[in-house]
Each structure stands twice: as C-alpha cells, then as structure tokens.
Design a protein around this ligand. Structure first.
Ligand code: NAD
Length: 309
C-alpha cells in the first residue's frame, strides 16, 4: 500500500482516486472545489486542507487538472519543494508539451522523478479503471509509475522521455478529431447520395474507409454500436475538450514547424461548434452542425467578434 496525494478530483480525478482507494492505497485528496472534495471523501479519500499539506508525507503525487497553467501553479506553489524528494510526481492532466517538459526539468533540478501520464478514455473509463495512460519520463520513473497507474487503467504505455506522453496524447486526439469530422461529412454525403446509412456503415466498416470514429463511435443515431449519438450527443467526450486538445496539437505543430492542415481544419470546425453553444455536447455531435451546412456556421467575422467578448 502506498500513500498517494491526489490533486484535482473533478470528472476524471474523482473516479481515478476512488480506484486507488479500492486498490488499497491511502489517498490524500485536495481540490479547490469543496463539492469535489466531499465526493472524494465519500469514496474513501482523506480530504486535506491544501495541496502542500496533501503532498507533505507521501510516496507519490498525482495531479489531474484542467490545463498547463493549473499544473504549473500547483507544481510551483505546492509540490516541488513541498513533497518528499523521493516521492514520484505523476501529472495525468492533458497539457501542452512545453509546460510538461519545463515542469519535469524543474522537478529534476530539485531531485524529483516526474512523469507526464495523460489519459485516453472519458469519465466512464476513469470510473471503471479502464483508462489508457501514455507516459513520458525515464525508464526508471516509468516502472515506478506503472505500479500505480495499473490500478486505474487497462493499458500503461511508455511513450518516451519527458513530455512524450503529452505528445502522444495530442497527436492521437488530432487524428481522432480529424477522423470524426471526416466520418461525419462522409455520412452526410452518403445519405444525400441516396445511400441508407446502415448499409453504408456495413460497407465502409469492411472497406478501406474503416476507422474508430465510425465503427466504434458512429456519429449517426441508430447506426453501429450504441454511442452518444443515440442519446442526443449527451455524455461521452465533450466537444470543448476536443477543441482544447486540437488547439494544443496545432500549437505544438507550429512550435516544430509541422504542417497539419487537417488538424487545423478540425480545430476551426470545433471552434465554430463551441461558439454556437455546443461545447458541452459529445464531440460526434458536430455532425449536426455539418448537416445544417454553412448557413448555421458562424462566418469568420462573427467568430472573431465572439472571441473578443
Ligand atoms: P474537471 O474540470 O472536471 O476537473 C478538474 C478539477 O481540478 C476540478 O475539480 C477543479 O476544481 C480542480 N482544480 C483546478 N485548479 C486547482 C488547483 N489549483 N488546486 C486544486 N484543484 C484544482 O476536468 P476533468 O474533466 O476531470 O479533466 C481533467 C484533465 O483530464 C484535463 O486536463 C482534461 O483535458 C483531461 N481529460 C479529460 C477527459 C474527459 O472526458 N473529461 C478525458 C481525457 C482527458
């Protein structure tokens, strides 16, 4: 049994921390939200008054926070220099590669081992302990992290050195975002050309157009397995989070001079979907915006106006 500090017990962190408790670990929890902390306490975590208090005497620190700025703030004000030097630092948040590498360097300079370990899988996978972790860090840090992450996931994969977990995560999600948009527009075209959507699904899922966005997560209600499309695009993976990941991907692409026009187009379309007020819907719901065509998609000026507000 290990003593583990868990900071950030929101939609994802709440379920992940509960699985560590179930596996027999002692989990010292902190979140700025009293509601999230209460929920964590109900699942067996020990609520702490601050992040620095939570990390002060533990074997490992896990963070599951919204974005890079939150991770930087928590690491620099409450983790580095506050946790014991032999505690392993594991950041499971999805953040930009540059911040992940910076924080890893700062932690190493103070004698800590750190891994970035973002996840694939949504809230249900966090609760069910079936996440996939993509881990960046040294071989030794990966082996130590694996023992803990195994209790929260179905796969723990070493992606490479520091920051590589985040790189793998945003590359995967850029592919997912672009393939979802391609799947949506293809089904719209197929239907308008007179094809029955189920028939097209049966053909394309056995032909070269086959992809996860279609066969496992079909955006058309009533076609393929049960997906968020069958519950009015509620639940699943929020379009706003897909937009966040696509922004991280295009930002990273610019930083290394990689030309990613499909990723950029997907980002642009998800930005429009979000601005129309559908960021809370599952990301496959973008098919409804595409179905309605350009009339319902904000033009560039409107989009700029809304971004200024
Ligand atoms: P969330 O907003 O539900 O949870 C984040 C939690 O962090 C909140 O409870 C918030 O109060 C807390 N927090 C923020 N700043 C804090 C601070 N300084 N100290 C302590 N607590 C603080 O977000 P989420 O959906 O759980 O996502 C967490 C991360 O996981 C994000 O980086 C997201 O991109 C990634 N992710 C989410 C999903 C998903 O389906 N929700 C899937 C894969 C990855």
């Amino acid at each position: 049994m290990a003593r583990i500090a868990f900071i950030g017990l929101g939609n994802m962190g709440g379920g992940m921390a509960a699985n560590l408790v179930k596996a027999g670990h002692e989990v010292l929890a902190f979140d700025l939200s009293a509601e999230a902390l209460d929920k964590a306490e109900r699942s067996g975590c020990l609520p702490m008054g601050s992040a620095s208090q939570a990390v002060s005497d533990v074997d490992a620190v896990i963070t599951m926070l919204p974005a890079g700025k939150h991770v930087r703030e928590v690491y620099e004000t409450s983790v580095i220099g506050y946790a014991p030097k032999d505690a392993l630092l594991i950041d499971c948040s999805t953040i930009d590669v540059a911040t992940a590498r910076e924080e890893s360097e700062k932690a190493a300079a103070e004698g800590y081992s750190m891994v970035d370990a973002p996840v694939s899988g949504g809230i249900a996978a966090a609760e069910g302990g079936t996440l996939t972790f993509m881990v960046g860090g040294s071989d030794e840090a990966f082996e130590r992290a694996r023992e803990i992450l195994d209790k929260m996931g179905k796969a723990v994969i070493h992606a490479g050195g520091p920051g590589s977990g985040q790189a793998a995560k945003i590359c995967n999600n850029m592919l997912l975002g672009a393939s979802m948009v391609a799947t949506c527009e293809t089904f719209i075209l197929a239907q308008r050309l007179g094809l029955d959507p189920q028939t097209f699904f049966d053909i394309a899922s056995k032909a070269s157009g086959q992809c996860w966005s279609m066969t496992t997560y079909c955006p058309v209600p009533g076609v393929g397995p049960v997906t968020p499309a069958d519950r009015d695009y509620e639940g699943g993976f929020a379009a706003a989070l897909m937009l966040k990941d696509l922004r991280l991907a295009t930002e990273a692409a610019e930083s290394v001079d990689a030309y990613t026009p499909m990723g950029w187009s997907a980002e642009d379309l998800y930005a429009r979907f979000d601005k129309l007020g559908f960021g809370h819907k599952d990301f496959s719901g973008i098919i409804q915006m595409l179905e309605n065509g350009w009339d319902t998609i904000l033009d560039d000026e409107e989009l700029e106006e809304q971004e200024k507000e």
